[in-house]
Design a protein around this ligand. Structure first.
Ligand code: IPM
Ligand code: MN
Length: 378
């Protein structure tokens, strides 16, 4: 479906596949879409959108979590905006038939090997962090998570009845090429930030991590202007809550990155704030980090900012429209500075706004904020 929202000749036609998905996915995606439309209109771009099913909602309608027509629409677009996948109704299904397998398959089909997850402590949200203000203040970390390797995809994998009791196994597996390409991405991104990369591994125990450390060290030689440090994942998990502002770019493998990014979300106030970009292939995938949260779905309490900030990342990374991205980021900052809070961000459970109210205010701010130069690089 094509929607033309501007009569002017557009600077760019933004061709986007939109996959609302499961749980809170559709609610937060609806707000992200309103902000996307506001930004497109403000900057004179056109939108060519195709809405498709993924995850549990696709299983219900088509019997599979990633229907061909969804994948085809994604591959035919310039970017994919996703809400979330995951539905407890399918908990008993085999792994390959569960909603989550659609997301893993989509990442693989898109060739999205680098997952960028920025966690920024907004000044007006310092009180929302479970950590002391003095510790969280100044935190601005970009987690670069390898997305197509490690335990998530490693073969062999499986489960059997075993000789004495049921057994299951997965394989953590990387080759140097897979590590190199994501390391290069992290160093390049660090250069546009504060020029520091913390590479996270478990090289005191795992062969995979030894290869990770060797390979990252070799790539680091090409970036003498970027500071490199190596940290074990357990120590990094602790440092992320004791001195989060000391990090710039954290580079790590798939599973460690999944875990550390949820932790980073809590540090800056709520996982609901975190956006992500999965890039490296021809088409980028943009989604909030928080997941489907079925327990709060349909109640108007989900935080749409992670989804909205994912639209900003889409402008920056897929369309190279930094001013558009910055205008959305400024609108989010302004909305928060005005005191707007979804329920996850308030301490006393009193004065909070609905998902819709939050999205409405951010979209208004996008319209109010004049296009400016000087975009942040995440
Ligand atoms: C995430 C999610 C996914 C992951 C799940 C839903 C497969 O937790 O994006 O962090 O583990 O990558
Ligand atoms: Mn996760």
């Amino acid at each position: 479906m094509a929607i033309v929202i501007s009569n002017e000749i557009s600077a760019v036609l933004l061709k986007i596949a939109v996959l609302p998905g499961d749980g809170v996915g559709p609610e937060v995606t609806a707000e992200a879409m309103r902000v996307l439309e506001a930004a497109a209109l403000a900057f004179g771009h056109g939108l060519d959108l195709s809405f498709k099913e993924i995850g549990g909602s696709a299983i219900k309608r088509f019997g599979v979590p990633l229907p061909d027509e969804t994948l085809e629409a994604c591959l035919a677009s310039s970017a994919v905006l996703m809400g979330a996948v995951g539905d407890p109704a399918f908990d008993a299904f085999p792994l390959e038939a569960r909603p989550e397998s659609a997301l893993l398959g989509l990442r693989r089909e898109l060739g999205a090997f680098a997952n960028l997850r920025p966690a920024v402590a907004f000044q007006s949200l310092l009180g929302s962090s479970p950590l002391r203000r003095s510790i969280v203040e100044g935190t601005d970390v970009l987690i670069v998570r390898e997305l197509l390797g490690g335990l998530y995809f490693g073969e062999p994998r499986g489960a059997s009845s075993g000789e004495c009791s049921p057994e299951a196994f997965n394989t953590m597996r990387y080759n140097a090429g897979e590590i190199e390409r994501v390391a290069v991405m992290a160093f390049e991104l660090a250069r546009a930030r504060r020029s520091k990369v913390t590479s996270v591994d478990k090289a005191n125990v795992l062969e995979c991590s030894r290869l990770w450390r060797q390979t990252v060290s070799r790539i680091a030689e090409d970036y003498p202007d970027v500071e490199i440090e190596h940290q074990y994942v357990d120590s990094c998990a602790m440092a992320l809550v004791s001195r989060p502002s000391s990090f710039d770019v954290i580079l790590t493998e798939n599973m460690f990155g999944d875990i550390l990014s949820d932790e980073a979300g809590a540090v800056v106030g709520s996982l609901g704030l975190l956006a992500s970009a999965s890039i490296g292939g021809a088409v980028g995938l943009f989604e909030p980090v928080h997941g489907s949260a079925p327990d709060i779905a349909g109640r108007g309490i989900a935080n749409p900012l992670g989804a909205i900030l994912s639209v900003a990342m889409m402008f920056r990374h897929s369309f190279h429209l930094d001013n558009e991205a910055a205008s959305i980021e400024r609108a989010v900052e302004k909305t928060l500075a005005e005191g707007f809070r979804t329920r996850d961000l308030v301490e006393d459970q009193s004065d909070w706004r609905t998902t819709f109210e939050m999205g409405t205010r951010v979209a208004e701010c996008v319209r109010e904020i004049k296009p400016q130069k000087g975009a942040r690089a995440t």
